[in-house]
Design a protein around this ligand. Structure first.
Ligand SMILES: Nc1ncnc2c1ncn2[C@@H]1O[C@H](COP(=O)(O)OP(=O)(O)OP(=O)(O)O)[C@@H](O)[C@H]1O
Ligand SMILES: [Mg+2]
Length: 484
């Protein structure tokens, strides 16, 4: 491909050279011929006049012609050829009508360049008048042609020589252009194959440099777009996995209590209702599972409302210490049942946060419920807050419970994720509590995190803003559907 470009460019330059040489040749031939014929004509006129003045009565034409280097003809006034250095006068026709003779017979110098009917070759004829008619001198045109050709050869040779550097430069340029085009074609091929990482050397400010730079720009954009598409694709795949997992989890979580309710109901209907030892126990199990179903559906509803942005928040400024006290008070009976010490670590200053009190209540209840639920009897649970900076306050719920293994920490806030499934279920958990906590914190402009070790208990943190972030004005708080 590029070889073809190189050949075309070189042939083009050579074509231009050939046209130029032909034009030069044509002009040089014309000019050289005119100049040479003119000079020769003047020389012949000179010679003719001198000869005419010195011509003896009975001239030796052969010798005279040889000395002058011309063909010599003497034509009488009536046009009859008296003498000729190359043909016998008897055989020559009357010359009265020959253009140069006609002129000379009228007393003027005449000349013409034409073919001789006598000898059959081209001659330059010059005729001068003299007292006995006309004296004609002729030189064969081949002599003129030879001179002109010599000049032509010289001029053509020097012209070609002058063109040589330009031919070399043109060939080098053609090679440069074809190499760069070759690189561009190779690059375009790589782009066509989908390799957008390749880059083209785009040095130079010429059209090829600009073309290369533009191609690089295009492939950078393509690479960027492709990367984004891939990222979006991966994200979509992840979301689809999350959605499927969610559907499987929900149906599984619903099936278990439903199966239990169905089983015990059938047992009761089959006669166990009359068994005083078991009937109340079975009814209690049925109620327990019904409560579990109600909790599960309520939690799922809460989650989906927050995720769809349908949850309405009533934002206002609340004092941190008041929030802590109100929420801890409602959990005291639960802690007392397990003889767990529940302590509040209040802030010394009067710090306020901008939040929805009901949402904060839900967050703290969930975290305190977990802390009390998973901490063994006579343990300790403390709840408090600390100002992180001017904009954020961080709340925490700390327990002296069993802690959570490091490998579970990253997934802890996922829906249905439970460290010990059987234990959580036995304690009535649905595995949705922490997911709700995370979504509620984010909906108020906060974040959640956890620190835990299997020896030192767990601490759950969430932040709240101290100022209005404009979340209420921006409409419903949209939550993205993520597994975390
Ligand atoms: N304070 C804690 N100490 C130890 N493990 C905890 C603690 N809090 C949560 N976990 C673990 O994290 C899991 C997820 O907690 P989450 O609150 O989301 O669900 P749950 O308590 O099992 O059920 P739910 O809160 O919906 O009733 C729990 O099952 C438990 O294994
Ligand atoms: Mg919980």
């Amino acid at each position: 491909m590029t070889a073809r470009i190189f050949v075309k460019l070189t042939l083009g330059v050579l074509g231009v050279l050939a046209v130029a040489l032909t034009a030069v040749d044509f002009l040089v031939t014309q000019r050289a011929q005119e100049t040479y014929v003119d000079t020769l004509r003047r020389e012949l006129v000179e010679k003719g006049r001198t000869l005419a003045l010195t011509l003896p009565a009975q001239p030796d034409f052969l010798r005279l012609a040889e000395a002058a280097g011309v063909r010599l003809t003497w034509v009488a006034f009536d046009g009859r050829v008296v003498a000729d250095s190359e043909a016998s006068p008897e055989r020559m026709e009357n010359h009265r009508t020959r253009p140069e003779i006609a002129e000379a017979l009228q007393g003027r110098t005449g000349s013409s360049l034409r073919r001789s009917p006598t000898l059959g070759i081209r001659f330059l004829y010059v005729a001068v008048p003299f007292d006995r008619g006309a004296l004609r001198l002729a030189v064969p045109a081949v002599q003129i042609d030879a001179q002109v050709n010599a000049i032509r050869r010289d001029v053509l040779f020097s012209t070609a020589l002058a063109f040589l550097p330009s031919v070399v430069v043109a060939a080098l340029f053609a090679r440069y252009v074809s190499r760069r085009l070759g690189a561009i074609i190779e690059y375009a091929r790589q782009l066509a194959e989908g390799n957008f990482r390749a880059r083209l050397d785009h040095s130079g400010r010429g059209e090829l440099g600009i073309l290369s730079a533009k191609l690089n720009e295009t492939s950078e954009k393509l690479e960027f777009m492709l990367d984004r598409l891939e990222a979006e694709h991966t994200e979509l795949e992840k979301l689809e996995r999350v959605r499927k997992d969610f559907v499987i989890n929900v149906s599984h979580e619903l099936r278990t209590p439903l199966a239990s309710i169905q089983g015990y109901t059938e047992t009761l209907l089959d006669g166990a209702i009359h068994d005083p030892n078991n009937n109340l126990k079975f009814l209690a199990i049925i109620r327990q599972n019904a409560e579990r179903l109600a909790r599960l559906t309520a939690d799922l509803l809460t989650l989906s409302r927050i995720e769809l942005g349908q949850q309405k928040f009533k934002f206002a400024y609340y004092r941190v210490n008041a929030l802590l006290s109100d929420n801890v008070d409602s959990m005291l009976p639960l802690a007392q049942k397990k003889a767990i010490e529940l302590a509040i670590e209040r802030l010394s200053e009067r710090v306020e946060v901008f939040c929805d009190a009901e949402a904060v209540h839900q967050i703290l209840s969930n975290l305190l419920d977990n802390a009390i639920k998973y901490t063994p009897d006579r343990g300790r649970v403390s709840v408090g807050a600390q100002a992180l900076d001017d904009d954020r306050v961080e709340f925490y719920v700390r327990d002296s419970g069993p802690g959570i293994p490091a490998e579970d920490l990253t997934r802890l806030f996922e829906r249905f994720y439970r460290v010990d499934k059987a234990r959580s279920r036995a304690l009535g958990g649905t595995g949705l509590g922490l997911a709700i906590v995370k979504h509620l914190a984010r909906a108020q402009g906060g974040e959640v995190r956890v620190e835990s070790s299997v020896t030192g208990g767990s601490t759950f943190y969430f932040t709240l803003p101290t100022h209005d972030l404009g979340l209420a004005e921006s409409g419903a708080v949209q939550q993205e559907l993520t597994p975390l």
